[in-house]
Design a protein around this ligand. Sequence first.
Ligand code: AMP
Ligand code: ZN
Length: 114
Amino acid sequence: MEDCLFCKIARQEIKARLVYEDEEVVAFDDINPQAPVHSLVIPRKHIPSMNQLSEGEERLLGKVLTAARKLAEAKGIHQKGYRLVVNTNAEAGQTVFHLHVHLLGGRAMHWPPG
Ligand code: AMP
Ligand code: ZN
């Protein structure tokens, strides 16, 4: 997608602190972190939200989640714990319509989330 912010980050047309990348997945630190560790893990492929994820993309979503797990290990938060969040549409607070998994950690999380 030409105008999508996260597609541009994946293509490195817009600067972000990339913390992981492979052929299908990119991760970068969130510009407005909500925890000591706050990264976003995205497929390079433009999928607007979970609502547009098709059955053929299950493996790709698995790769995104595995990359998030590896990143939690690399950031040293995997033992204490971390949270993976996928906001979907307005009531969940989705603001960027390119599917992304938030990796949050480095502090105690509250439940239920707000
Ligand atoms: P969501 O509200 O789930 O759609 O999350 C979008 C996230 O993208 C927010 O946490 C923003 O802080 C983050 N964000 C927006 N623009 C950028 C950017 N240029 N680089 C890194 N993170 C960004
Ligand atoms: Zn996109």
